[in-house]
Design a protein around this ligand. Structure first.
Ligand SMILES: C[S@@+](CC[C@H](N)C(=O)[O-])C[C@H]1O[C@@H](n2cnc3c(N)ncnc32)[C@H](O)[C@@H]1O
Length: 286
């Protein structure tokens, strides 16, 4: 089988939910992975390049996984987040473009206030994507990443080392830890926020492959993580800013919860799909 034929077979095998993306870069990512070459070498490869048996086997293995709706990031073991190519596996959530926007919201707000963070805590760090972006942007701040999953902590540590970023990672259940002990001034979180009642709307490539502990919360208390983090935030002596990614359908219940606190300034912001996706809290007047 030559490269031209391999590309043709792959094109047919790429499932429909990828069609909103251009198929060509996906094919490029798969072929460079199989042949273990970089993008320039891929571009220079003649269509008549003959794949060896090992490469053909790898190609069919990937096609099988794609047809099982396994996300490409898990197949290739890597995911892009801002300027980081992160190592990833099925134990952690695939970082989303919405979370890249959360990073933008954090930086824009801190810049607007000319605020230099001292200690930033990222709750539910997963691949470490938010923590890495923070340390990259604020090299003089201490950055801490926390996750309940030991596999997530392992990956996050690997990703931080890859980019030479010094971040302290802790495996902890934040529902049973007093976060104020970390003496942070900025706290950021993209916690699990999908309700079980939303499960039917979730595509199989997400529902069947991504870790449910990273995605779902119990319907009985959908903002359990926000309540715990915000309570600890108010207890923390140095706390100044909190930033969250939220489930748009929890906007009202979060607003109700925040009405328990006086003298805070907060706002919600929409994502690129015009859905209320972010919450920012500033304790300027604490
Ligand atoms: C929605 S994912 C976010 C991952 C990553 N920050 C991102 O934005 O891609 C939520 C993360 O919270 C972690 N998590 C769930 N329950 C937790 C708990 N009780 N304590 C600490 N982390 C928890 C999950 O393991 C998962 O990595």
């Amino acid at each position: 089988m030559n490269l031209y034929q391999a590309k043709k077979i792959l094109k047919k095998a790429i499932p429909e939910y990828f069609y909103h993306l251009s198929v060509e870069p996906l094919i490029r990512d798969i072929i460079t992975h199989i042949l273990n070459i970089n993008t320039i070498d891929y571009l220079l490869l003649p269509p008549k390049y003959e794949l060896n048996n090992d490469e053909i086997n790898k190609l069919f293995e990937i096609i099988k996984q794609l047809q099982n709706e396994k996300p490409l990031q898990y197949i290739l073991g890597k995911a892009q987040f801002l300027n980081f190519e992160l190592k990833i596996n099925e134990n952690v959530l695939i970082p989303r473009p919405e979370t890249e926007e959360l990073v933008k919201l954090v930086i824009n707000n801190l810049e607007k206030q000319k605020y230099k963070p001292k200690t930033i805590v990222d709750i539910g760090t997963g691949t470490g994507c938010i923590a890495l972006a923070m340390k990259y942007y604020y090299p003089y701040s201490r950055v801490i990443g926390i996750d309940i999953s030991s596999e997530a902590i392992k990956l996050a540590k690997f990703n931080a080392i890859k980019y030479n970023l010094t971040i302290d990672f802790f495996q902890l259940d934040i529902l049973n830890t007093d976060l104020s002990k970390f003496k942070f001034d900025v706290i950021i979180s993209n916690p699990p926020y999908v309700l079980n009642i939303e499960k039917n709307e979730i595509k199989p490539n997400v529902k069947n492959w991504e870790p449910h502990d990273a995605l779902f919360v119990f319907d009985e208390d959908p903002i359990i993580f926000y309540k715990k983090i915000i309570n600890d935030f108010f207890k923390s002596p140095d706390a100044r800013f909190a930033f969250f990614e939220i489930n748009p359908i929890c906007y009202n219940v979060i607003t109700d919860f925040l009405s328990n606190y006086t003298q805070i300034s907060y706002f919600f912001e929409k994502d690129f799909n015009n859905k209320t996706r972010y919450l920012a809290i500033d304790l300027l007047d604490k």
